[in-house]
Write a protein that binds this ligand. Structure first.
Ligand code: HEC
Ligand code: HEC
Length: 208
């Protein structure tokens, strides 16, 4: 008798857990759909279909790290990523996204296939590869690969750089160097970088 009772309790529990899971899944699907719709109807007008933009004015978002995407949308919303172009283009847009929507669009872009690398000047790319993989030990510039991954695809919340527009990469390094974009870890790394080094490393990651 006791056993039958336990079995019934067990079955009821199992059924309610399954129902709760089904509800979660339905809510998750709704949320994912809302994120995808936002991306298709709004973000893609600048960031391109599936996050692959053609103009270097607009960063590629496809296959970017999820945590990094979330963090950037949060700093645009908080108006603490302050370069003028962020103010002009992203503050208003991010200001209209609530936390669940930030989560959904970040998941959407993180799951898209990456942009293919673009060829460039082989000499420049070779210089950039060396800088990316070894840094410049004599000048205290560490290897970018330490944080951005050996293949530049990003690691955990360290952003993907592979396939990104070289012009966008150079511009961000300049903003970070000039403390316009506040990124303390990166500032320490690029504070003494020359324009030629920026061009080389940007050509290399764009080619990946
Ligand atoms: C009107 C054009 C426009 C639209 C629409 C737009 N963006 Fe942007 N976005 C930009 C520009 C320009 C930048 C580069 C800002 C900078 O350089 O500081 C940017 C930067 C970003 C970045 C930072 C990328 C990085 O590598 O640091 C993220 C993330 C982003 N946008 C997400 C979105 C999402 C999500 C949407 C839709 C909800 C969206 N954007 C809609 C123009 C746009
Ligand atoms: C110690 C870890 C670390 C190293 C080493 C490092 N980075 Fe970064 N990098 C970061 C972090 C963290 C961010 C995100 C900054 C933020 O949150 O705004 C970043 C962001 C960037 C961005 C902006 C990406 C975007 O989509 O806007 C560029 C460009 C970049 N790094 C280039 C480099 C280059 C080039 C090197 C090598 C010379 C390098 N990084 C080395 C940690 C690192």
């Amino acid at each position: 008798m006791k056993h039958i009772g336990m079995a019934i309790v067990g079955a009821v529990l199992a059924a309610s857990v399954t129902a709760a899971n089904a509800q979660n899944t339905a809510a998750d699907i709704e949320r994912q759909k809302a994120g995808e719709e936002k991306a298709v109807n709004l973000c893609s007008t600048c960031h391109g279909p599936r996050g692959i933009s053609t103009s270097p004015e607009f960063p590629i978002l496809a296959a970017q790290r999820r945590g990094y995407l979330e963090a950037q949308l949060e700093v645009f919303r908080a108006k603490t990523r302050e370069e003028k172009i962020a103010h002009d283009f992203m503050w208003g847009i991010a200001g209209n996204l609530d936390d669940p929507m930030i989560d959904s669009v970040a998941r959407y872009y993180a799951a898209q296939p990456p942009a293919p690398g673009k060829p460039g000047d082989p000499t420049l790319i070779a210089k950039g590869k060396q800088l990316f993989e070894q840094g410049v030990p004599g000048r205290g510039i560490p290897a970018c690969a330490n944080c951005h991954g050996a293949d530049a695809a990003g690691v955990a919340d360290f952003p993907r750089l592979a396939g990104q527009h070289a012009k966008y990469i150079v511009k961000q390094i300049e903003y970070i160097q000039a403390l316009v974009r506040k990124a303390p870890v990166m500032h320490g790394i690029v504070k003494d970088m020359t324009p030629a080094e920026m061009q080389a490393v940007a050509a290399y990651v764009q080619s990946k």
